[in-house]
Design a protein around this ligand. Sequence first.
Ligand code: TYC
Length: 104
Amino acid sequence: MSTEHLPGQVLAPEVALPSLGEPPLYQVVLLNDDFTPMEFVVEILEKFFHLGRLQATQIMLHVHTRGKGICGVFPYEIAETKVFQIRDFARQHEHPLMCTLEAV
Ligand code: TYC
C-alpha cells in the first residue's frame, strides 16, 4: 500500500507524529529459591548487571532474606532480554533460579 498522500491531503499531527516520550520502564526482579548457590547468584548480578562484588552480594542477601529483589530498571526490551539471558544461564548450570519483569 502506498504511503504517499493524495494531493492537498494533510495528516493530522497526532497521526503523523506519534509523541516520543520516555519509554516505560520495567524492573528486573530476582526471586529466591532454596537451591541456587549464593555464589552463583552473585556471579549473575555481576555478569548481567555490571555490579561490583559488594553490591551484588547485598542484593543477593536481600533476595535470600526477603524473597525477591530488584536487580535493575530498564526499557522493556532490555529488561526482557536480561530475564531471558538469566533464565538460560541458570538452566545451563542446572539451577532453578527465576527472575521476572515488573512495570515500574
Ligand atoms: N536461597 C539461596 C540459598 O540459600 C540463595 C539464593 C539467593 C537463591 C537469591 C536465589 O535469587 C536468589 N542457597
